[in-house]
Design a protein around this ligand. Sequence first.
Ligand code: ADP
Ligand code: MG
Length: 332
Amino acid sequence: MLSLRDVSVSYDGVPAVVDVDLELPDGEVLAVLGPSGCGKSTLLRAVAGLEPLTSGSVSWDGADLRGVPTHRRGFALLFQDGQLFGHLTVARNVGYALRLRRAPNVRERVAELLELVGLAGYGDRLPATLSGGERQRVALARALAAEPRLLLLDEPLSALDAGLRERLAADLRTILRGAGTTALMVTHDHEEAFTVADRLAVMRAGGVVQDGPIAEVWREPVDPETALFLGYARVFRDDAAAAILAAAGRPPAPAVAVRRSALTVDAHGQLTGVVLSSRATPEQIRLVVDVPGVGEADAVAPLDSHPAVGQPARLAVDSGRLAVWVTAPAPL
Ligand code: ADP
Ligand code: MG
């Protein structure tokens, strides 16, 4: 198990990572999510032993890794641009670490890894003949070849275009699960984090502001800024949220406490609005509904419903889902 205790890293006295505590149990995938420049890569490099800690400790199964060089940590790294060896075939790239170690059955192992990443039969190709997504798959296979006890991924999909990124994110999840890999991925993309990881740590200005299982963090963001960063389209002020709760027959939220509730399209709903937009995801339909007296609200509907833009939709408050963020009155 990877543990970070009070990890801080500074560059020339300027802090980039500040007092980070994290635990990553074996076999789980943790995504560190945060905006550009918040310290994600620095944190990853510190875990890898590529960046000295200003304070705190990184340990594995209770053993402090201070002084253990990168290549002795048993970790593998995968970057945005997988950095394949251009003059080596796909098979040679994937088998590189195995050959260095004089591992047995390299050919079979390479074939298994290529199969795992969906590139069976690509062994003889050169990297220049592959698409960006294929190259990243080869880089992933190469990283997994050494059977690292921890895989560190720095924005592994960021260089790919949107459609491919989505597909490869889902594949990455399947591949990591299939291999039982413990992985720490940093990304600025919440969809990517949700797709790939089990756990989420939200980072801001060098610190981790919230972490936990993805569903928990998503259901209860620690503050409005986090909610917006996680992909919430809208953060309501207390009065708007109170109007929604009142219309749904719920007690108003206390002025200061941060509360949450959600709007779900439901045949028995108490609220009526007009659908402004709808977008289907694999799990549900996401709507923006104009609710008279309240304004635009985010809502979700089951896939078998057919809300059309301009049509009325009935809404119910469902505490199990979050679409409306209630907070103390503040300018939006
Ligand atoms: P992220 O990966 O989240 O975009 P980084 O970890 O790369 O963020 O950077 C965090 C902060 O540290 C930034 O302000 C960046 O400018 C600074 N930084 C990163 N690397 C160095 C470096 N080698 N020397 C000095 N400052 C750095
Ligand atoms: Mg970075």
